[in-house]
Design a protein around this ligand. Structure first.
Ligand SMILES: Nc1ncnc2c1ncn2[C@@H]1O[C@H](COP(=O)(O)OP(=O)(O)OP(=O)(O)O)[C@@H](O)[C@H]1O
Ligand SMILES: [Mg+2]
Length: 489
């Protein structure tokens, strides 16, 4: 029964964001707007996380306040009267520590690991993937498929981490600082001033150090990628390496890249050490200042031992948090770089859109005309120039020419993988730029020079053209084209 309830809760929470929700319009090229484009539809859940995280942060401070109250209560009450005199305090402690905190922190984990984590990542990835699929062939000609895939993965991972860590650490930390201000403010307004000054020094330190750490960390990542690139390049060309007896040369190259990596890693480590050292000084200063002030004010008026205990406890808690929060901010910082990088490679539009109100291509006879067609891949020469061709219905035509003559270009234009730069192409009188690309490509069979296989079953590969073909039809195709025996073997 409880288990069922728990499962239902998780299931419902996990469905609060629809990862398939389509994006709105074109991805913008400004970082903030781009993030908003990626995250649209998920904000409600993110805000819920923010609220829970703030409440959880406040319970940190409330616990310390209660500790202070307990100290005062113990000091002024004999032990046999403790329960009867301070029932309210005892109940408050039990409520905060055994009800509010477990529920809030559980809720925080729920928003992050169930509601946000698995869904936002997929939503962002799906949006980027859909957008990329719509790019024209030119876009892919100019880049490596592997790089594009990696950037997409990285950008969506990073964006998810940014959201989660901002909700988790930054909000939590801010709430704790605010709560602390209230707590110490109740003891003395001067302590608020001390806290504000301390916080200012902490922020200034982050401002100076984070950019240094980030640049050095980026340099290290780049050096790492160079080592990987070097090794992969050597191994994937291993036959050539052997053929030219290039082992030693390759070894030298790899060692050079590794040495560069070692040097950048050293510089990164140096900055990290300095960062840690400074942070520990700043962190240690807070409880010293706050407790010192509390003790100094004891004689003047109203500061109880409980106040000193509470102020000391929040001071120590806050100073412990600085390490964790600074680290998280650093991580967020580097993730922002990844998202920016992903945005820059994915977002530039390079697309062939269907004309508005484009009709379906209707092939009645199959009469193809190229009318003064020129196309040079956006360059001054190459491609084809001023080609006029009239291919009658049913006519079989072989185009023969030297490598680079433009045969593939001709076919790519017929498939409208590119738009012509001059002239036009028609099929049965319909201008190809005015019909839908899907209807055009569905009606043309093409066997390319390069073989292509998806990493799926042989049958799925055969049925890629007509996905609704039956298994028997797939088998028949395999038998006709003769790989049947080979596939079975
Ligand atoms: N993606 C591209 N970007 C720029 N120029 C290109 C591109 N693809 C081809 N070209 C240029 O267009 C011309 C025609 O190339 P195309 O690939 O159509 O020749 P082809 O006749 O199919 O050659 P092959 O027999 O080698 O397949 C060439 O001069 C080539 O340099
Ligand atoms: Mg070709």
């Amino acid at each position: 029964m409880m288990r069922q309830l728990y499962h239902n809760l998780i299931l419902r929470a996990g469905n609060q964001i629809d990862p398939n929700a389509p994006a709105l319009g074109v991805p913008p090229l400004k970082l903030q707007a781009f993030m908003a484009w990626c995250l649209r539809g998920g904000w409600r859940v993110v805000w819920l996380g923010v609220v829970i995280s703030m409440l959880a942060g406040l319970t940190e401070v409330v616990s310390m306040q209660l500790l202070g109250n307990v100290v005062d209560a113990v000091a002024e009450t004999p032990s046999e009267a403790f329960l009867s005199n301070h029932m309210g305090l005892v109940l408050a402690c039990i409520f905060v520590l055994l009800v509010a905190r477990p529920l809030l922190f559980g809720g925080l984990a729920l928003t992050q690991s169930v509601m946000i984590g698995p869904n936002i990542g997929m939503q962002v990835m799906a949006r980027m993937f859909r957008w990329t699929l719509g790019q024209s062939v030119t876009f892919f000609d100019n880049d490596f498929a592997g790089r594009l895939a990696q950037k997409k993965m990285q950008a969506s991972n990073s964006l998810t981490e940014i959201v989660i860590e901002t909700v988790n650490a930054v909000t939590f930390g801010l709430a704790t600082v605010l709560g602390t201000a209230f707590l110490v403010g109740a003891v003395s307004p001067w302590m608020i001033l001390a806290l504000v000054l301390w916080f200012g020094v902490y922020l200034a330190f982050l401002r100076v150090m984070l950019p240094i750490i980030r640049t050095r960390s980026a340099a290290r990542a780049e050096a790492k990628a160079q080592v990987t690139g070097q090794v992969v390049d050597t191994i994937s060309n291993i036959k050539t390496v052997k053929l030219f007896a290039g082992d030693r040369y390759e070894d030298g190259k790899a060692l050079g890249a590794m040495e560069h990596l070692r040097r950048t890693a050293l510089r990164f480590g140096e900055a990290q050490t300095l960062f840690r050292l400074g942070l520990m000084f700043i962190a240690g200063a807070l409880p010293v200042i706050l407790v010192g002030m509390a003790i100094a004010m004891r004689d003047g008026g109203g500061v109880t031992p409980g106040d000193v205990a509470a102020v000391g406890a929040v001071g120590i808690r806050l100073s412990q948090m600085t390490g964790w929060i600074s680290y998280t901010i650093m991580v967020i910082y580097s993730h922002v770089g990844e998202v920016e990088d992903g945005m820059n490679t994915l977002a530039p539009p390079n697309r062939i859109e269907d004309a508005s109100g484009a009709a379906e291509l209707e092939v009645r006879d199959g009469h193809i005309r190229f009318e003064n067609v020129s196309f040079a891949y956006g360059q001054r020469d190459g491609g084809i120039e001023d080609v006029t061709l009239d291919i009658a219905a049913g006519e079989k035509l072989a185009v023969v020419g030297a490598s680079g003559a433009g045969k593939s270009t001709l076919v790519s234009l017929l498939l409208r993988l590119y738009d012509t730069e001059k002239g036009r192409i028609t099929i049965d009188g319909q201008d190809l730029s005015q019909v839908t690309q899907d209807s055009l490509r569905r009606q043309i069979g093409m066997v390319t020079q390069e073989t292509a296989m998806f990493n799926r079953s042989a049958l799925d590969n055969i049925r890629y053209g007509p996905p609704d073909a039956s298994e028997a039809e797939g088998m028949r195709a395999a038998q006709t084209a003769e790989p049947h025996e080979f596939i079975l073997g």
